[in-house]
Design a protein around this ligand. Structure first.
Ligand code: IPE
Ligand code: IPE
Ligand code: MG
Length: 266
């Protein structure tokens, strides 16, 4: 399904939600582990790289759907700190692909009011990619539409270690008292500072693990695993994930609100 982005002049969503999905109970923030590009290619007798290119199209579709359906933020896992262990050819291909896509899409990100941010250790990425990341972040920083976060050279453990180092430095410099460190202080040092936690995590390709993704931020996310391989992830697969999400009772350690009401009225 390829529709133009449905943003009106004042960025009010105009597209209807998919059948069976309640527009009033949409997740504010969706995170995706885009997995299965290699297997998608292999099943077609194609090189893995073709799967990665097809994966970019699925990501564009997903961003468009989030925008159409009124989801405020999309965070996508594009390259993990562990993905450097892949063959050099594949890593180089991915870096060049990220560069090319950013270059090609920057104008439409600007035009469509999308605010792009990059989570991860971008300083270790190729120079040209770092420049493009800087440019895209700067040029979209004031945009008021959907927030699109791309995790590149991202690792949840690494993120927590960096946050701990920053807090320690602030303590050593006397700016911070160790006893005043709470969840808010730690959260403010994460790559994701200022972003609400994901409500829904989608992992494609049937794998049931986090693979070092958003270890802190996913504490209370609802998890949807689908066997669909990432390049095949489309509006139907996304709608299924949303229906699954909306079927859950999110208790956050408390009681089901209906049960709590009944207990309270006794
Ligand atoms: C996800 O697809 C993309 C990245 C990790 C960059 P994979 O490349 O992991 O695909 P599979 O898991 O080998 O099928
Ligand atoms: C997770 O996928 C990382 C990204 C999608 C970028 P992987 O394919 O690297 O994860 P594992 O190795 O199956 O855990
Ligand atoms: Mg994989």
């Amino acid at each position: 399904m390829s529709r133009p982005l449905a943003i009106s002049a004042d960025h009010i969503r105009v597209s209807p939600s998919p059948a069976g999905v309640d527009p009033l109970r949409m997740p504010s923030h969706v995170a995706v582990i885009m997995d299965g590009n290699g297997r998608w290619a292999k099943a077609r007798g194609l090189p893995r790289m073709v799967g990665h290119s097809a994966g970019v199209e699925a990501l564009k579709t997903t961003l468009r759907l989030c925008n159409d359906w009124g989801i405020g933020a999309l965070t996508a896992y594009a390259f993990s700190t562990e993905n450097w262990s892949r063959p050099e050819d594949e890593v180089n291909f991915l870096m060049t692909l990220f560069e090319r896509v950013l270059q090609q899409e920057l104008e439409s990100l600007e035009r469509e009011q999308i605010k792009i941010r990059f989570f991860g250790e971008t300083k270790d990425l190729p120079k040209r990619l770092q420049e493009l990341i800087f440019e895209a972040t700067e040029r979209t920083i004031g945009n008021k539409g959907i927030k699109f976060n791309v995790c590149t050279n991202y690792g949840g453990r690494r993120e927590l270690v960096i946050a701990a180092q920053r807090l320690a430095q602030r303590c050593v410099s006397g700016e911070l008292d160790p006893s005043s460190i709470g969840e808010n202080e730690l959260e403010a040092e994460l790559f994701t500072a200022g972003e609400v936690d994901p409500d829904l995590l989608i992992r494609t390709s049937g794998e049931r693990r986090l693979s070092n993704f958003l270890l802190w931020q996913l504490a209370y996310a609802e998890i949807h695993v689908t066997d669909v391989l990432w390049p095949d992830f489309d509006d139907v697969a996304f709608a299924k994930a949303l229906i699954d999400y909306q079927s859950r009772c999110r208790r956050f350690g408390g009681l089901d609100p209906i049960e709590a009401d009944q207990l309270g009225s006794k």
